[in-house]
Write a protein that binds this ligand. Structure first.
Ligand code: VG1
Ligand code: CO
Length: 542
């Protein structure tokens, strides 16, 4: 074992979900090493413990795994479970940590950000409950990166990541495990596979799943094609590639155009879905129909009792603050609590561990439950398929009926990506200052009731997280929220979240951009975003 001298990098603060940088930044000498040693130094005594390690297969994944294994051995870790080929989706890693009682895990991914030598790379630490490290842990890791002086490394040859079985590295065991098996077994325990297989055999139903050349390909093939009997070819772009085939592995209407095209027209499949780089996001489509992630969460909550794993009902639900309030209406009718947390899955962990919630979601295509402590793309797909198998209605019919019952929370998010960081700050300052004068005034044909900067007190451990997004709340339930992204690697991304509640079923068919036009204009009026940033339109509209 060698102890190597190093000096700190001043840009290693984890964001919404781990540390994400350009691949070239991660490939600098000592960059990954500094961060990994800081994790080992900050998360407690890892000596003799079991860790889980894997990634989404993006460029630099294998090299990073070899480095981390040598460092883990040098730091006295007892055993590391590594997904074969270096592959573990984020939800599968969470599942493996929980099932094998691991101390924690390291997941290599920049999620939905593009990969490759000119793309992004990332790393995040998950704790023993299988979930992303909470803020107090990520802050401790960051503090350590600012003072690090040395790291430990074992001189050893590469481990063969493609041969299942156990080997040793120094005195540490390295177990190469099947990345799909534990996860697939968990899915079988939650969903009615016979009912879904029956739907697929009925002759009236087919589906497409777009794995976007990211990590979910092997998982989707094993579950949808092999276990449930969907025909070969159901999973498209199913082979994980280091650069995701040059695509942007973000499952939305902009970055999954092939799937969107396949889902349009009278002959289109009844169900379409896609997942992101590391497999924790999902996009749900019906024939000529897009289900917003916020609506999807509400539909899953309202139909949970149809699914074996949730047959006894839900204890509670949670959503991130910018997510639409559709699920709040379901919770109210079910008589269960609904928690509102800051953006990022790490805020759901405590609520799930305490048994307060079992279903949660974010507007950013993230849905999940207490089966793991991450959002889970394929889980959401199977949940929808289970509902479709029981209700035997189309996706559109289910959502339209849902709106008729609960009203529709018309919703959209406008992203301005790669904005100059100073200009983005200026936009936020402008909104904050304008917000001081707005309450009580008329705007977008409504009355503003509250303007604030969202902060959250965790009901379990009492920790406070402030500065989580500027909210403009209207007395009729409409909202405009401004937030800066914490996952980007270039400049800043401004996100504007827009929501209006529409109880009148005769207006539920409206296009969201039209229905929200007044709020969109008001957002511009308040923020002066176009003048400040020079942008004329959003990069992505969801
Ligand atoms: C985005 C989403 C957030 C999500 C996070 C990680 O964060 O808005 O809801 O939890 O990505 O998702 P931000 O700070 O850029 O808005 V994943 O699938 O990328 O790890
Ligand atoms: Co992701």
């Amino acid at each position: 074992m060698t102890v190597l001298r190093t000096t700190p990098f001043d840009d290693q603060r984890p964001g919404t979900s781990g540390l994400r940088k350009k691949t070239a930044v991660f490939r600098q000498p000592r960059y990954l090493e500094n961060f990994v040693q800081s994790v080992f130094d900050a998360v407690g005594d890892v000596r003799g413990q079991t860790l889980v390690l894997g990634g989404d297969g993006r460029y630099h994944n294998r090299e990073a795994i070899q480095t981390i294994l040598r460092m883990a051995a040098a730091n006295g870790v007892g055993r590391v479970l590594v997904g074969c080929g270096g592959i573990l989706s984020t939800p599968a890693a969470s599942c493996v940590i929980r099932k094998h009682g691991a101390y924690g895990g390291l997941i290599l991914s920049a999620s939905h950000n593009p990969g490759g030598p000119d793309g992004d790379f990332g790393i995040k630490y998950n704790i023993g409950n299988g979930g992303p490290a909470p803020e107090k842990v990520t802050e401790a890791i960051h503090a350590r990166t600012m003072e690090i002086r040395e790291y430990r490394m074992l001189e050893a040859p590469d481990v063969d990541l493609d041969r299942p079985g156990t080997s040793v590295l120094g005195s540490m065991a390295v177990e190469i495990i099947d990345p799909v098996e534990d996860y697939a077994q968990l899915m079988r325990s939650l969903f009615d596979f016979d009912a879904i297989a029956g739907l697929l055999r009925s002759g009236h139903f087919s589906l497409r799943f777009d794995a976007m050349h990211a990590v979910t390909g092997p998982y989707a093939k094993a579950l949808l094609e092999d276990a449930l009997g969907a025909p070969a070819g159901t999973v498209i772009r199913g082979e994980p590639l280091p650069d995701f085939g040059g695509g942007h592995p973000d499952p939305n209407l902009t970055y999954a155009p092939e799937l969107v095209a396949m889902m349009s027209g009278a002959d289109a499949p009844g169900f379409g879905a896609a997942s992101d780089g590391d497999g924790d996001r999902n996009m749900i489509l019906g024939r000529d129909f897009f289900v917003t992630p916020s609506d999807s969460l509400a539909v899953l909550a309202a139909n949970a009792r149809l699914v074996p794993g949730y047959r006894d009902g839900l204890a509670g639900v949670a959503r991130s603050m910018p997510t639409s309030m559709a699920v709040d209406r379901v919770a109210a009718e079910l008589g269960i609590p609904c928690y509102e947390t800051p953006t990022g899955w790490k805020f759901f962990g405590n609520l799930m561990d305490a048994g307060k919630v079992d279903l949660c979601g974010e507007e950013s295509f993230g849905t999940g439950s207490n089966h793991v402590r991450e959002k889970d793309g394929l889980w959401a797909v199977l949940f929808w398929l289970n509902i479709l198998a029981v209700r035997r209605q189309s996706v559109a019919e289910i959502v339209v009926e849902h709106w008729a019952r609960f009203g529709r929370n018309i919703y959209s998010r406008h992203d301005y990506e790669g904005v100059d960081a100073g200009a983005a700050q200026q936009v936020m300052t402008q909104v904050r200052e304008a917000g001081e004068r707005l309450p009580g005034t008329a705007l977008a044909g409504r009355t503003v009731s509250v303007c604030d900067d969202f902060s959250y007190r965790d009901p379990v451990d009492g920790s406070l997280s402030s500065g989580q997004g500027l909210r403009i709340l209207f007395s009729d339930g409409a909202r405009i929220v401004f937030r800066l992204s914490g996952t980007g690697t270039e400049g800043a991304t401004i996100r504007i979240y827009l929501e209006a509640y529409e109880p009148d079923a005769s207006r539920h068919g409206m296009d969201a951009q039209e229905a929200l036009a007044e709020l969109i204009a008001a957002a511009e009026e308040i923020s002066r975003l176009k003048a400040i940033t020079g942008r004329t339109r959003p990069t992505v509209i969801t």
